[in-house]
Design a protein around this ligand. Sequence first.
Ligand code: PA5
Length: 463
Amino acid sequence: MITLNYNNVDASVIGKDHGLNLEKEFSNYKNDIEKIIKDLNQRKDKPGQWLQWMNLGYNEETVWYVKEFAAMVKGRFDNVLVLGIGGSALGGIAVTEALLKPYWNLLTPEQRGGMPRIFFLDNIDPDQITGLLQVLDLKRTLVNVITKSGSTAETMSQYMIVKNLLEQQLGDDYRKNIVATTDQKTGILRQLADQEGYKTFVVPDDVGGRFSVFSAVGLLPFALVGIDIEEMMNGVKDMDLALKNTDIHNNIAAQNALIHYLMDTKKGKNLSVMMPYSSRLKYISDWYVQLWAESLGKEENNKGKKVNCGPTPIKALGATDQHSQIQLYNEGPNDKVINFIRVEEFDNTLEIPHIFEYTGIGYLGGKTINQLINAEADSTRVALSDYKRPTVTISLPKVNAYNVAQLLYMLEVQTAIAGELYNINTFNQPGVEQAKNYTYALMGRAGYEESAKALKEKMEKQK
Ligand code: PA5
């Protein structure tokens, strides 16, 4: 199991101005946490609660269908191209970066065990898209278009471009190169996919994009490149079981949620840094940033009171960002909680050769890079505590399907518990609608004419 060490947020380590009396706080919040966990588990099956993501680990049917499809197309494609944005892409990127061999797309087919390369187009940069389409042989590419709403402008415009090219190159057969993951009944992509006869997978009801990594949104791309999705589901189930424990002393998601909440509301530390000491886990931070930001950044609480709450998430990478951000974290404003992620055992052990023995770098000879990266994680954590900066450390025994799934699921539950502590709606995102509507207006979507007029006036003033 992954573990959480929170000693360095305690007042006994970083002093009472910046630290928490955790024993007291855990006992103060014991009943609230118990109620929150019970309540989440009771509400999770009710429609409209947006908590179906808590059931995804047990969805054997999806695992079966995804594996069946992956087996069916095995060997037919050299590439998988995922089209999607936000919650429809970030989990996929985070997990494939963590679990595939590094530099996967540069390996030979033999080195990849016959599995395809994988690319995610999660933006609408014309140069990036053009560049990717120039290097991909679309005839040998399986395109997985993912959008829950079925109408997201970024994803659908990518899809329109790629579908057109596929049709030009493959004639009527192009349909075999497209698989759509979308809502079961509604949305433009659902309509198109049914009309065109694409293979489809479903984003289940009451699962928001940022909580969808363990649905077909993530599982399909993972299975297509040979990631062990059953092992991932085992990780989710075991973590789910552990996090059903209503005692704060035994529930790491509740502990970290409460720590972040109290650090924000009592100690003014409203920035949450995610800093894995592992390049393979780098994109877990991107995924976490979206999860934390879209879920917790809210204008109103559940009582309709204006609160404008939400700790700002920041991504960092150890040891790289010790040479970029740590100066600020040690000596700048004491307004952050830093989440270290530490890997106990790497897949490879890399020894530093005994050369340059009589120079200032001779001490490195005979040690391993593994020792160095974890020594740097420890040193940075202790140095931060010298500066009275709170840190927590999440430890993964190894980077594998089981542990990475546990980590993601733990962070999802942590986010849901934090949302309850802030008393906000964790699962909506009203704040992204305004700019979306303006974009529709600017791009001439029918029904947005009035909005276009108002927008143009505002833009004129802002020139
Ligand atoms: O978490 C979310 O709900 C969002 O980030 C969505 O995933 C994102 O906006 C993409 O939406 P869709 O899947 O409908 O294209």
